[in-house]
Design a protein around this ligand. Structure first.
Ligand code: C5P
Length: 208
């Protein structure tokens, strides 16, 4: 039997990771966060003193398991750097096989931007998870800063940053962020993480 592959795509901070992790735990599948691959490539560039907008194909090819375990991948500089290296076709090509191999033997829940469209176009179940830029900026702030309140001007800046990244991810030529026609859309603005998981589980149960 072919192992179960579930694709979870969507824009930044929409709740993909939270859902994918919970779904993987529930179904006993491995979880792959593909954003980490692009983040680790960007980190290699920055640490080498290189501009992530420049050719990052050598760094993508040289990526090691240890690069993915770094703790300095979720910082604003790398949010931006990852989306710059991710726009490069050679970087995406270098990372493609790695993502497919990860899921091929055991199945997996895989989150990213192009999982249902490019990496696993024949995934068994595809989700597209989204929320308004404001919701996503607030969630990201709470993830990083806990209960510290966010002033309106800082919130506006965070929203602008998220919109700019989505715009870069959606407008690139190679593997843009786009909802696959066969993906199930879940808008998470008014839902808790538990409610999103419940909806997703209903879909997976129907598929099974
Ligand atoms: O998901 P995360 O925010 O960690 O992804 C960081 C960046 O990596 C995204 O903004 C996007 O540019 C890129 N990415 C991608 N394709 C994926 C996963 C992430 O282009 N499958």
């Amino acid at each position: 039997v072919r192992p179960l592959v579930i694709a979870v795509d969507g824009p930044a901070a929409a709740g993909k990771g939270t859902l994918a992790k919970a779904l993987a735990a529930k179904l006993g599948l491995p979880y792959l966060d593909t954003g980490l691959l692009y983040r680790a490539v960007a980190r290699r560039m920055v640490n080498a003193g290189l501009d992530p907008a420049g050719d990052a194909s050598a760094e993508a090819q040289a990526l090691q398991q240890a690069d993915l375990a770094r703790t300095d991948l979720r910082v604003p500089e790398i949010d931006r750097g990852a989306s710059l290296v991710a726009a490069q076709p050679a970087v995406r090509a270098a990372l493609l096989e790695r993502q497919r191999v990860f899921a091929s033997e055991t199945g997996a829940v895989v989150d990213g931007r192009d999982i249902g469209t490019v990496v696993f176009p024949d995934a068994d179940v595809k989700f597209f998870i989204t929320a308004s830029p404001r919701t996503r900026a607030l969630r990201r702030h709470h993830q990083v800063h806990g209960g510290t309140p966010l002033e309106e001007t800082a919130l506006e800046a965070a929203i602008a940053e998220i919109v700019a990244r989505d715009e870069r991810d959606s407008s690139r030529e190679t593997a843009p962020l786009v909802q696959s026609p066969d993906a199930i859309l879940i808008e998470t603005d008014a839902l808790s993480a538990a409610e999103v998981l419940e909806k997703a589980c209903e879909t997976v149960a129907r598929w099974k």
